[in-house]
Design a protein. Structure first.
Length: 281
């Protein structure tokens, strides 16, 4: 594992491809020094048969996006901004679970390469010490009710030593938390290796039955108070982990005429705030 005093070295596509320990993920890489969005390029690749497993990688994004359309800060030389193209024979209704699979892979790779105690914040963030170090954005397209492609965008804050004022309270980097810079290529290769392994496990059942226990062990939400914002409804409860379809189970207590009842709700989408994470106190 490399360590660098100069954080602003450029990625080298040839070296990355040589470092890959995968069967088909990222065996082909499209590298750009600067793009608007790796997800946009990956969508175009996804429309062309034969691009399964292609990795789009950029040194810098000018229009990176996070979940719910938020902007994603993607400076040059310090982060990992990449999108994996997938063209699986998969029911479209099951494709959203790929976010869960990717989060498990990224979290395990960060732990393996850096030694940091990172955790997953359902459904698509990786956090260290209560701050976000990685975001994942899955997008897909269907044709005649069949999945044409799914793309998995992954942004990791690796060697940044500072953040814009509006992000300082919620974002961090591997450098800031681990007090040393990391070879980004090591991390890219390890993410792809883990992702391919968990992806193959997922495809055997097209659900998370074999992965949910491992995911829940690494879930920062687990057994903690959470606040759920779904459309026009907001409520609080205790997160119990995910089920085999990636739904977050939340235990709530509701008042009825003759007392209180406990209800287990399933959260499919929406905003989930965890007490003690991102300023939720």
């Amino acid at each position: 594992m490399g360590e660098y005093n100069n954080q602003h070295y450029q990625l080298d596509q040839t070296i990355i491809e040589k470092r890959m320990e995968t069967k088909y993920f990222a065996k082909r890489i499209q590298y750009y020094s600067e793009v608007d969005s790796t997800n946009r390029i990956a969508k175009e690749l996804g429309k062309v048969p034969g691009n399964h497993g292609v990795l789009v990688l950029a040194e810098q994004q000018n229009a990176g996006r996070g979940r719910l359309g938020r902007n994603w800060n993607s400076p040059s030389g310090n982060g990992i901004w990449m999108t994996l193209v997938l063209q699986p024979n998969l029911h479209p209704g099951h494709a959203s679970m790929l976010t869960i699979v990717a989060a498990l892979a990224v979290n395990n790779a960060i732990r393996n390469i850096t030694g940091l105690d990172s955790f997953i914040k359902w459904p698509n963030d990786i956090v260290v010490n209560g701050k976000k170090v990685c975001g994942i954005l899955t997008e897909m397209n269907t044709i005649n009710e069949k999945l044409e492609y799914a793309i998995i965008g992954i942004g990791v804050n690796v060697n940044q030593d500072n953040f814009p004022e509006e992000l300082k309270d919620t974002a961090t980097s591997i450098l800031l938390e681990g007090k040393r810079s990391i070879d980004r290529i090591d991390l890219i290769a390890d993410i792809m290796k883990h992702f391919e392994f968990y992806y193959d496990v997922f495809l055997k059942t097209e659900n998370l039955i074999k992965l949910k226990d491992l995911y829940n062990e690494n879930l920062v939400n687990l057994n903690r108070q959470v606040r759920i914002l779904e459309k026009d409804m907001e409520y609080a409860g205790i997160a119990l982990g995910i089920n085999e379809t990636g739904v977050l189970l939340v235990k709530t207590v509701e008042t009825v005429e003759d007392g209180e009842i406990t209800i287990i709700k399933g959260v499919v989408s929406g905003e989930v705030s965890v007490r003690g994470i991102y300023g939720y106190v």
